[in-house]
Write a protein that binds this ligand. Structure first.
Ligand code: NAD
Ligand code: DAU
Length: 339
């Protein structure tokens, strides 16, 4: 089996590459990644010499490069993780989100049609459903929840989802879509809440909490997401959407306090800053379908996963130090300077 994994040098994609090489030692995994600011080749170092792995630096919007790779590899399956993924960046500059997340998806699907891939899997997000109110804990996102987006990022992901379903209906491309909640774990880029707070707390720097800190996210350990995608590409039904989440809702402020406690740091580091524009209040996935149809259940409890994650950042400064000492410093100043 040949599988093209796009965005495999990023957070979830790299965890997926590691998972697949381990779970399916007879598969060939080809990673296609542009290596944007969020892609890090050093992450893939442990598998670079694996004969079943190939890395190709290319942009999913580049038709020629994508066509050439599909012609060479004749993939059975394509799993598309490649995306601009950070909501705050999408508020600053929407354009690149539309290019990569929508146009890039169409380029990959055109190549998938041309080369007859057996499955095109789109890695989507629960953010396409918009948000839920804090005072209605009985409400959850199901696969039937209407798409209702808030940010340029989530709109671009929703646009891509609609296009994927259109390719299924119009051309019969065998597609599946997964919509997962917030992931956490190793190799998470330090612009996102959990790694940002761990690394800043380690340096005794202020921890910028948006708004009142009461926004709720539904956290899932990254490996559980990877296992869900593995199940969907093998056993999922073509044309279907699967929600992925582990019923683990947490308010941002509680996560920040937990990290501080785990690191033995003072809550005085917490600094409330101007809220994110259009900030979604609460996400909460109903994972009944993937559980009933494919037998998926999350395996890592948040209490264990967060400790494992904090430990990983403590042990892997060599991974994140070059990231935060480079261009990312300018990013932090630009985004948080006047908040
Ligand atoms: P990430 O930002 O860590 O990684 C994205 C990767 O895509 C990087 O390696 C980057 O170099 C690559 N990339 C970006 N533009 C590209 C292009 N034009 N061509 C080729 N490669 C390109 O993202 P992530 O957090 O790992 O998210 C991966 C996917 O999962 C995204 O599609 C995201 O929407 C989705 N998702 C993320 C989460 C989450 O909590 N992080 C939850 C649900 C869904
Ligand atoms: O739900 C899935 C989505 O989760 C994915 O589709 C996105 O790619 C991923 O980035 C993530 O989006 P969020 O916006 O939820 O993640 P982020 O880590 O940026 O923020 C999590 C929460 O923490 C959110 O309510 C905003 C808040 N926050 C974030 C940062 C970076 C802060 O309070 N302070 C911060 O500095």
């Amino acid at each position: 089996m040949n599988i093209i994994v796009t965005g495999g040098a990023g957070f979830i994609g790299s965890n997926f590459v590691f998972h697949m090489l381990k779970a399916h030692p007879d598969y060939r995994i080809i990673c296609l990644d542009k290596l944007t600011y969020a892609g890090n080749l050093s992450t893939l170092e442990p598998v670079m010499d694996n004969p079943n792995f190939r890395f190709v630096k290319a942009d999913i919007c580049d038709k020629e490069a994508v066509d050439k790779l599909f012609a060479e590899e004749k993939p059975d399956i394509v799993v598309n993780f490649a995306a601009e993924s950070h909501v705050d960046r999408s508020i600053e500059n929407p354009q690149i989100f539309l290019e990569t997340n929508i146009i890039g998806t169409s380029v990959l699907m055109d190549a998938s049609r041309k080369y007859g891939v057996k499955r095109y899997h789109q890695v989507s997000t629960d953010e396409v459903y918009g948000d839920l109110p804090l005072d209605r804990p009985d409400l959850f996102f199901t696969e039937q929840t209407p798409i209702h987006t808030s940010s340029p990022y989530s709109s671009s992901k929703a646009g891509a989802d609609l296009l994927v379903l259109a390719y299924y209906r119009t051309y019969g491309l065998p597609v599946t879509i997964s919509r997962c909640s917030n992931n956490y774990g190793p190799y998470h880029f330090p612009e996102k809440l959990i790694p940002l707070m761990i690394i800043r707390a380690l340096h005794d720097e202020s921890l910028p909490v948006y708004g009142d800190g009461l926004n709720v996210r539904d956290w899932l350990y990254v490996e559980d997401h990877c296992k869900a995608i593995d199940l969907i590409i093998h056993n999922g039904k073509v044309g279907e959407v699967y929600n992925v989440g582990g019923h683990n809702e947490m308010a941002n402020i509680d996560i920040v306090k937990l990290i501080l406690k785990e690191l033995g740091k003072s809550e005085d580091l917490i600094t409330y800053v101007t809220d994110r524009a259009g900030h979604d209040r609460r996400y909460a996935i109903d994972p009944t379908k993937i559980h009933n149809d494919l037998g998926w259940l999350p395996e890592t409890k948040f209490a264990d996963g967060i400790v494992k994650t904090i430990r990983w950042y403590l042990d892997n400064e060599a991974w994140w130090q070059p990231i935060i000492s480079g261009e990312y410093q300018n990013y932090y100043e630009k985004m948080y300077g006047d908040k």
